[in-house]
Design a protein around this ligand. Structure first.
Ligand SMILES: [Zn+2]
Length: 168
């Protein structure tokens, strides 16, 4: 997949997801790919840049399998990184909720769950404070946090074995 087709893929998926889940209210972001190793994608409200980690398209050693066999699964994964970042844009640009350090708080979780409900995916909760998490003990193991959404919410096998389940 060369760069022009990556750009094409992201642009087409953005338009489709915008229609399906955001009533077409999002203005097209500047879609980028980069060599980040810290996150799958990021969104910056200041410049309206939406960026996807470049090596998700080909797979890498920790997150996604390489090879043609897993390409469809990788594209499903990338589409889900895209929709996550689009929720950030939706909150900022459409719902006019200012960005706070609490990027994955209750407003973000509510939008994730609106989409989860439509797709039959599992519910997520806002990322709690570290101290709250410590006090939750074992209960913590059964909850899904919205900063990883939607990769833990989708049914098992959703990515056709392409996702190795490592977050970094
Ligand atoms: Zn996020």
């Amino acid at each position: 997949m060369d760069y022009s087709s990556k750009e094409w893929f992201l642009t087409e998926r953005f338009k489709d997801l915008n229609r399906r889940f955001f009533d077409g209210k999002l203005v097209m972001s500047t879609l980028l790919t980069d060599g980040s190793i810290n996150c799958f994608g990021w969104y910056t409200p200041k410049y309206d840049f939406l960026c996807i980690r470049d090596n998700l398209f080909t797979g890498d050693d920790k997150t996604l399998r390489t090879g043609d066999h897993y390409q469809l699964g990788r594209l499903e994964f990338i589409q889900n990184v895209l929709i996550h970042e689009m929720v950030h844009s939706y909150l900022y640009n459409v719902k006019k909720i200012p960005c706070t350090p609490d990027f994955h708080g209750k407003d973000f979780a509510a939008e994730c769950n609106r989409i989860n409900q439509r797709l039959g995916w599992r519910e997520v909760i806002p990322r709690p404070q570290f101290r709250t998490m410590m006090s939750m003990g074992d209960a913590f193991n059964h909850l899904l946090f919205c900063d990883y959404w939607p990769h833990e919410s989708v049914p098992s096998g959703y990515y056709g074995g392409a996702f190795l389940g490592e977050y970094r």
